[in-house]
Design a protein around this ligand. Structure first.
Ligand SMILES: Nc1ncnc2c1ncn2[C@@H]1O[C@H](COP(=O)(O)OP(=O)(O)OP(=O)(O)O)[C@@H](O)[C@H]1O
Ligand SMILES: [Mg+2]
Length: 390
């Protein structure tokens, strides 16, 4: 398949101590929504900004695009300081949540738009548009208006329209949020393929952790305008540095425990967790983070927490057992917030009936709804974190 036109080299992006404060003209009140954010993106890298609604992702992206100017700090594309440049003077292209296609133009005209603006010769435009439409799988749709395309097809046109100008940096703001689940999955693969094959630098904004995990070279987790952690999807998932990140990037159960020299005590049991936050000192209260795959179901009394199976959710390759904690007979400690949340336990290969217990006895792997069970921890996958302040 021909590459549409000759590409310029992908650019690096540097966001340097960027802060954005909005001032409400009515009240005069100031609101800092991005605070001292610094980030380096390598040429050809796909970096995702992930965080809850309102944490400053779009604002950060818009400062890279040039739609907002930082209150302080600088933005570089390649070695150029672009902080004060308008969007059309930057080597960027942006794909929006609402595709923003021109309704009065057909597919071909929409995709050709950026090249026309750049006054490329007609023949070159024809060739590059044809190659680009082939690349995004829209050959044969040239003369359709956007109103007669499905959501996924419109998204492909939007992507093609951004990619055809061969931007040094591609900026995407929740580009898949209007698509249904299956299409989102297909388009995720598609975006990743195009970004890789064109070697394009991309900054991608989403609040969807699955999207971030499956697309990114690196994930930047944001909270209240600040970066709280940066790392590969695996690092962020396996080794989160805070309860917030742990809970935001994947399903997690947190058991309250006490940290004692590299191990944690939970309800009188000592567990040698593989990882722990460096801030923890002997005797500190901690939150032991467990992913669903790091928990196991055991007969009552054998694990670190007791509960009742309230649902077995069949996912094909696994079953997720939802366990509602029950107060234990000791009654010495009332359940805390963390304790009273449900535990999610992942059971792989649900069609296999029993697990081999160390004593050779066969134990059930899935307990029926309503059954009393205990939850055990696989220490190799657990991490002790500093509890979140209320
Ligand atoms: N032009 C503006 N004027 C004033 N406040 C703004 C402006 N744009 C954004 N904000 C505020 O800045 C904060 C961050 O907004 P932003 O759009 O960056 O969040 P986000 O992380 O993209 O959220 P979402 O996931 O909901 O899109 C919000 O509280 C928002 O209300
Ligand atoms: Mg946003």
């Amino acid at each position: 398949m021909p590459t549409p036109g000759k590409r310029s080299a992908p650019e690096s992006v540097r966001i340097e101590n960027v802060t954005k404060t909005f001032r409400d003209p009515a009240t005069g009140r100031e609101n800092t929504v991005v605070r001292d954010v610094s980030l380096d993106i390598a040429p050809g890298e796909l970096v995702t900004l992930l965080g809850p609604s309102g944490c400053g992702k779009t604002t950060t992206l818009r400062m890279v695009a040039g739609f907002e100017t930082p209150t302080s700090g600088r933005v570089f594309i390649g070695s150029d300081d672009v902080t004060q440049l308008p969007p059309n003077k930057r080597d960027t292209a942006m794909v929006f949540r609402s595709y923003g296609l021109f309704p009065h133009m057909n597919v071909r005209e929409n995709v050709a738009y950026g090249l026309k603006l750049r006054k490329r010769p007609a023949r070159e435009i024809d060739e590059r548009v044809a190659a680009m439409l082939a690349m995004v799988g829209l050959k044969g749709y040239e003369t359709r208006p956007p109103s007669r395309l499905s959501g996924g097809q419109q998204q492909r046109v939007a992507l093609a329209r951004s990619l055809i100008v061969e931007p040094g940096v591609l900026l995407l703001d929740e580009p898949l949020s209007n698509l249904d689940a299956l299409l989102r999955e297909q388009m995720r693969v598609e975006i990743r393929r195009l970004q890789r094959s064109l070697g394009i630098t991309a900054l991608y904004v989403t609040h969807d952790r699955v999207e971030a995990m499956s697309l990114s070279d690196r994930i930047v987790v944001m909270r209240s305008g600040e970066i709280v952690q940066t790392g590969s999807p695996q690092e962020i998932y396996r080794n989160p540095t805070s309860v917030f990140t742990a809970g935001f990037v994947g399903k997690a159960t947190f058991f309250p425990g006490v940290f004692r020299s590299g191990a944690v005590e939970i309800r009188g049991r000592t567990i040698r967790v593989a990882r722990f936050a460096p801030e923890l000192k002997d005797g500190d209260a901690c939150a032991v983070m467990c992913r669903p795959e790091s928990l196991v179901l055991l007969p009552p009394g054998e694990g670190v927490a007791e509960g009742i199976v309230i649902a077995n959710i069949y996912l094909g390759h696994s079953v997720e057992a939802v366990i509602r904690p029950v107060a234990t007979d000791g009654g010495d400690s009332a359940p805390t917030e963390a304790q009273s949340a449900d535990f999610i336990v992942q059971i792989d290969n649900p069609h296999q009936e029993h697990a081999d217990a160390p004593d050779g006895a066969l134990r059930p792997r899935i307990y029926p709804e309503g059954a009393r069970v205990s939850v055990g921890i696989d220490p190799a996958l657990a991490k002790a974190l500093v509890p979140e302040a209320e």
